[in-house]
Design a protein around this ligand. Sequence first.
Ligand code: NAD
Ligand code: GLY
Length: 369
Amino acid sequence: MSLPECQPIEVTADKPYPVFLGAPLEALGEYLHTQFKDLEHVLIITNPVVAELYAERLKKGLLDYRVNCLMVPAGENEKSLERLSQLTSAALRFGTDRHTLVIALGGGVIGDLAGFFASIFMRGIRLIQVPTTLLAQVDSSIGGKVAVNHPAGKNILGAFYPPQAVWTDFTTLDSLPWLEVENGLAESIKHALIRNSGLFKFFETQEDNLKQRNPLTWREMVTRSSTVKVTIVSQDEREQGLRALLNLGHSFGHALETGMNYRGVTHGQGVSIGLVAAAYLAKAKGLMTMTEIDRIKGLLSLYGLPTQIVDITLVKQDPQVLLELMKADKKNQGGRKILILPQGIGRAVISKECTDLEILEAWKQVISA
Ligand code: NAD
Ligand code: GLY
């Protein structure tokens, strides 16, 4: 690749950075040459699945640097303080110092973990996000949120740590299992609902091309969806207001995931049901019509995403339990639940006015009789 072929879009936050969309892994080294004259040491943090598939292609461009690769087993459990400590010991053994650049090569788990590591190692070292899942490409690699989990909750320990760049190679998505694709699709459809009715229509009309993984259609989908995220975090990187919209569907989704002990429901499935529940709540508030709810449900179903909880026994047979679980949501203020609601298709609002009764009703709408 010659670099000018791939024009980045820019996150114009406090510390601006480019998001390269459609940038071959092999060409990252060339970019580093143009940007970091002092660079000698590169630390790739990845997992065995991704490394097997893509580390060699990435390393091809890094021949001028001393490169070490740190491997983290796959799985959400790896976003932990224990793993962070192990990474630190291993990085020190490799002679990592303040001039090292970290490359996070993988999905959202690697991006969050390696990003948090880069944010605190010797008070912060350079970071490039190289996302390889759909969710990471359209969502987690953009916006600078990095974190690990704590027994008390997901992403409890974290930071805002913008990378030097996001380097997105669409071809890495070719090997992504469909279940993982679904997680990214749920977030992309969420982006469309929040901000881009044209993207919503695109999903409605491009089912065949997307399911057959037509490269041009995927390129367009990832580009349009990433652009929604770039636009929002550029205006509100630190989540003082607007960025909270990105949590659409997540208050419901997280409660469902927690209620099911993260078993039997993926994050994408939780978000999908959460989007529908939020849409019912919005209807109760006069922000949504039934026709629009049917459109949302139709679109999610088109891509195999659930719109109802089929086996409520898995969540202790009581929507009240799900309501209780929503108390732990990070957005809540002083015991009051803060919900994101869609307003038609292509807009969303922050609501502090939803009663427990209304939320309960929304849960009931997504539980099969
Ligand atoms: P993930 O990182 O666990 O990756 C999913 C699976 O896909 C893994 O098993 C991985 O080995 C495999 N994989 C990755 N790339 C592959 C490829 N190209 N081909 C084949 N297999 C591949 O999951 P995810 O959905 O990418 O990320 C979820 C995480 O992202 C969660 O921890 C969540 O909290 C976080 N997240 C962060 C933000 C943020 O703003 N920082 C936003 C959304 C989600
Ligand atoms: N995925 C939510 C955010 O980045 O703010």
